[in-house]
Write a protein that binds this ligand. Structure first.
Ligand SMILES: [Zn+2]
Ligand SMILES: [Zn+2]
Ligand SMILES: [Zn+2]
Length: 479
């Protein structure tokens, strides 16, 4: 069970095979004449008891929650879809049997309901069902377990992410003190072993990436951004707006987001997918489309409930972002996204509120990297007005949002560079100097025009785009 799953679950689910057990309690109420009576009686009793025990409850709950969580082992949870469904049903009915026994069965009941939540594909819906059907004390216990679990998971995140084999870790560094005397920290990425100049430290594929709108549908892959020879182009089965480098990219893109966003070549130019596509082309802005792709991919991932400990939302919620002030453009983008996704993903309209949209956009603006995959070094690409970390000599054909490399900080005299060795969106971070284990990685966020920019100019540009004053050794030494 994940914090972000709860958030994401307000999005609802795309058709899932497991939808059947959402109505478990309803069926139970209809088919079992005793159930209603028992429940009513139980609720009445619980309410009375709740008042009497209000004082001791808080400490007792915390202790019970702690013990209950400790009694659950990760390997208890099945992995296959059918097994998870069966497991969930068992937990629901066992939990119910326990709470109908009365207060002595509450702790065990809570554990069962909590376990059912862990495997249920739309946890937020199940929480709502619980709220209406199980005794308040059991509900409090379940929610207590959930929040403690979430808290533990938050703390654990940086101990398992990034994965060890990437040779880097995220650490906190002091970054001065606020006017109120509070410590400010920033996160950076540190290597865990020595690297010689020229060595690749790690590679990663983006959460989401997009081509510059002017390149879409021609000679670059819609999914991996690779340049494709005319004879190798794979088309979308339902639209002529995008092309792929391979069947694999076509299939993956379709599953992850394109099935929802495809314009489907309809005669009707007023479809919502078409409106989003046209907006992207007209404004030459790709971030609204990237946010749409991200949301669809997130919902897709949620419905899989693959057992992955951290989902897309967990990964991005910790990243820095630029504050974006709402303007008419963002208002328009929000409404385009709501309409384009709304009919296919129940609940997404409520999910895409102004705050969430602006935060997502701010995360893209702060963290996205330009991607260079063009085989033609002199290619001129119509520049998009949206910023990205520009660390390339080669022409940029799109932008990507990366889980790990987002943590790399800027320096005007960096020790690493971004390279696209396979000429697709798979990014490699390569040492440009010798780096010792424990040192922080730095890349340059801005184009320094071959070192011709003065400290003042660099600082100004960085402040304008990323809103920080560069304190790198190069800037500090030229003071
Ligand atoms: Zn591709
Ligand atoms: Zn299509
Ligand atoms: Zn600097």
């Amino acid at each position: 069970m994940k914090t972000s799953t709860i958030v994401a679950a307000t999005v609802g689910t795309i058709a899932v095979a497991t939808i059947g057990y959402a109505i478990y309690f309803d069926q139970k109420r209809r088919n079992d004449p005793d159930f209603r009576r028992k429940l009513k009686k139980e609720k009445k009793r619980a309410l009375k008891q709740q008042k009497e025990e209000e004082k001791k409850k808080v400490t007792k709950t915390a202790k019970t929650v702690e013990e209950a969580l400790a009694s659950i082992k990760e390997d208890e949870f099945p992995t296959s879809m059918e097994a998870r469904e069966k497991f969930c049903m068992e937990q629901l009915s066992t939990g119910e049997a326990h709470f109908t026994r009365g207060p002595e069965g509450y702790d065990t009941a809570a554990i069962c309901f909590y376990k059912a939540l862990k495997v249920y594909p739309a946890p937020a819906e199940l929480v709502m069902v619980y709220q209406k059907t199980i005794p308040p004390e059991v509900f409090t216990l379940v929610m207590g377990m959930l929040s403690m679990d979430v808290h533990k998971k938050q703390e654990k995140y940086y101990t398992i992410f990034p994965p060890k084999e990437m040779n880097v870790k995220v650490d906190e560094l002091p970054e001065g003190i606020t006017a109120e005397g509070q410590k400010v920290v920033r996160r950076g990425l540190f290597v865990t072993k020595d690297f010689a100049a020229g060595e690749t430290i790690y590679s990663e594929t983006p959460i989401i990436s997009s081509l510059e709108p002017s390149l879409e549908g021609k000679e670059f892959c819609h999914y991996c951004l690779k340049q494709i020879a005319a004879e190798d182009r794979v088309r979308c089965a339902t639209c002529s707006k995008v092309v792929y480098c391979s069947e694999t990219c076509q299939k993956t893109a379709t599953t992850e987001f394109h099935a929802v966003l495809c314009t489907k070549d309809s005669e009707d130019a007023s479809t919502p997918e078409r409106a989003l596509y046209d907006y992207t082309k007209e404004t030459n802005n790709k971030y609204p489309e990237m946010i749409a792709k991200f949301l669809v991919r997130m919902v897709h991932e949620e419905t899989l409930n693959s057992g992955e400990e951290y989902n897309l939302f967990d990964h991005i919620e910790r990243l820095r972002f630029l504050e974006v002030r709402p303007s008419a453009a963002e208002e328009k983008e929000i409404s385009l996204l709501k309409v384009a996704l709304g009919s296919k993903i129940p609940g997404i309209e409520e999910f895409i509120n102004e705050e969430r949209y602006l935060t997502l956009k701010g995360k893209l603006l702060y963290n996205a990297y330009g991607i260079s995959t063009s085989l033609d070094a002199d290619r001129s690409v119509e520049p998009s007005p949206e910023q990205y970390r520009s660390v390339h000599d080669a022409p940029v054909v799109g932008a990507g949002f990366y889980r790990v490399t987002s943590y790399v900080s800027h320096s005007c005299d960096p020790n690493a560079k971004i390279v696209f060795l396979e000429h697709n969106n798979n990014m490699s971070v390569v040492a440009s100097k010798d780096i010792k284990a424990g040192e922080e990685l730095h890349v340059g966020f801005i184009d320094q025009k071959n070192g011709t920019l003065s400290t003042e100019q660099r600082r100004q540009e960085l402040f304008q785009h990323y809103r920080f004053k560069c304190m790198c050794p190069l800037c500090e030494s030229s003071q």
